[in-house]
Design a binder for this molecule. Structure first.
Ligand code: NI
Length: 202
């Protein structure tokens, strides 16, 4: 290696070291900011909000419809092969445990596939589940708005047969009587336990 080349290499190493130091510094700064900043994103009050959708009977349903009742919200689509039907089944079990008190609450199944999930299709689909489960759809704008409020991720995924499926957030949201987010509703415990938890909010 010639002297000149060596110098150049040394200079390059120096620049690289500086760059690494700068990046590390920036990362530390970002990490610190994230930790120091109030956790707005995860603050309960920031999940949920007003909405206007159409239920399985073609009626307009808004956040005001459920004022005074705690309710569950779940996003999915009727063509979902496993997660959605399982969740709706588990929700039905919880609502069954509440007996007549189930009338004081509701579970909203909001489609992330309004293109295919018409009120008619939702009506047929949810007829296999508890009657306090509402199937909600809307225009693309209405669905986008509620997805944004609930921080729901949903994405079309093409299937081999030229059709598509949807990847989507599978959180069940527990909302209080004022429509404010309480916590994710845990359905992996027994239906009795989950029902007792929901009953406390009535
Ligand atoms: Ni699903």
């Amino acid at each position: 290696m010639t002297r000149v080349k060596k110098k150049k290499t040394q200079a390059k190493t120096k620049i690289l070291a500086l760059l690494v130091a700068f990046l590390a510094g920036s990362l530390t700064l970002v990490a610190t900011l994230v930790m120091v900043m109030p956790h707005r994103v995860t603050q309960p009050s920031s999940v949920g909000g007003p909405f206007a959708l159409t239920d399985q009977n073609g009626n307009t349903v808004t956040d005001a419809t459920f004022k005074g009742e705690p309710f569950l919200v779940f996003f999915g689509f009727t063509n979902c092969p496993d997660v959605c039907p399982t969740t709706l089944y588990e929700m039905s079990e919880v609502l069954n445990r509440l007996g007549s008190d189930a009338n004081k609450t509701a579970a909203l199944f909001v489609t992330v596939d309004p293109e295919r999930d018409t009120p008619e299709k939702l009506k047929q689909y949810i007829s296999s589940f508890h009657p306090r489960i509402f199937g909600l759809t809307g225009t693309e704008e209405q669905i986008d708005a509620i997805k944004k409020e609930y921080r729901v991720f949903a994405k079309k995924v093409p299937t081999k047969d030229g059709d598509y499926t949807m990847d989507h957030t599978a959180v069940v949201y527990l909302m209080d009587k004022n429509g404010r987010f309480v916590a994710p509703f845990n359905l992996s415990r027994s239906a009795d336990e989950a029902a007792a938890d929901l009953r406390k909010r009535l």
